[in-house]
Design a binder for this molecule. Sequence first.
Ligand SMILES: Nc1ncnc2c1ncn2[C@@H]1O[C@H](COP(=O)(O)OP(=O)(O)OP(=O)(O)O)[C@@H](O)[C@H]1O
Length: 258
Amino acid sequence: MEPILKARGLVKRYGRVTALNNCDFDLYPGEILAVIGDNGAGKSSLIKALSGAIRVDEGTIELDGKPMNFASPLNAREAGIETVYQNLALSPALSIADNMFLGREIRKPGIMGRWFRALDRAAMEHKAREKLTELGLMTIQNIGQAVETLSGGQRQGVAVARAAAFGSKVVIMDEPTAALGVKESRRVLELILDVKRRGLPIVLISHNMPHVFEVADRVHVHRLGQRLCVIDPRRHSMSDAVALMTGAMAPEQLNEFA
Ligand SMILES: Nc1ncnc2c1ncn2[C@@H]1O[C@H](COP(=O)(O)OP(=O)(O)OP(=O)(O)O)[C@@H](O)[C@H]1O
């Protein structure tokens, strides 16, 4: 099987800091790939490169076997890569439906839409409701409700639903449970599994080892700007992962029968 998203030899320098140092990456169809690594290891830089938020100095990125050269996150979105950022990028004062369609609003058909840019609110609300229901998120009563009135978990749910609704190839999630309580995290983890069941592969960046080990099919261990190794969470333990991540253990020392 070929990777749906593949990167080779990525290099990103910020002045004298090398954030990505000849980094490789592979995401396969239908999987949840976790990316873990110590603070400053270069996880965000990798994700930004894959989602078009930064341009790398060297290296190649392929989506579905085609070379990509994203000039912006919009470019990556158009190619089918949706990213749920850590800071969410939702607009608190806008409604749930408006947030879901932020930047890709549905216009009214005909002259009103084309010339007067009139929004087709009914269509957007209908679609937003459909997506949230599909993902079991309709504990949210009112689609016209402002996002600032939602709980942290519900907000994250809206962001995930938006990514799942528009991501046609890949969904990237940066620390989706970081700011959430136990119950809300659980809901978001279930959502992630739902998105996977719908056939979309997911890249999950997380510092939370129990969450990573619960949902990931494979774990990409990032260290010093590179992919150090990829481990199978069914064969290796969380302490193995932490030891690799921090440099306490080398990949060659992994006990394959652990
Ligand atoms: N815009 C920037 N300007 C200068 N240096 C940067 C910039 N972005 C990242 N870096 C540096 O690049 C390195 C990798 O940072 P990056 O944010 O990718 O790591 P990370 O693994 O995501 O860290 P964390 O887990 O703490 O978020 C760090 O040394 C960081 O200071």
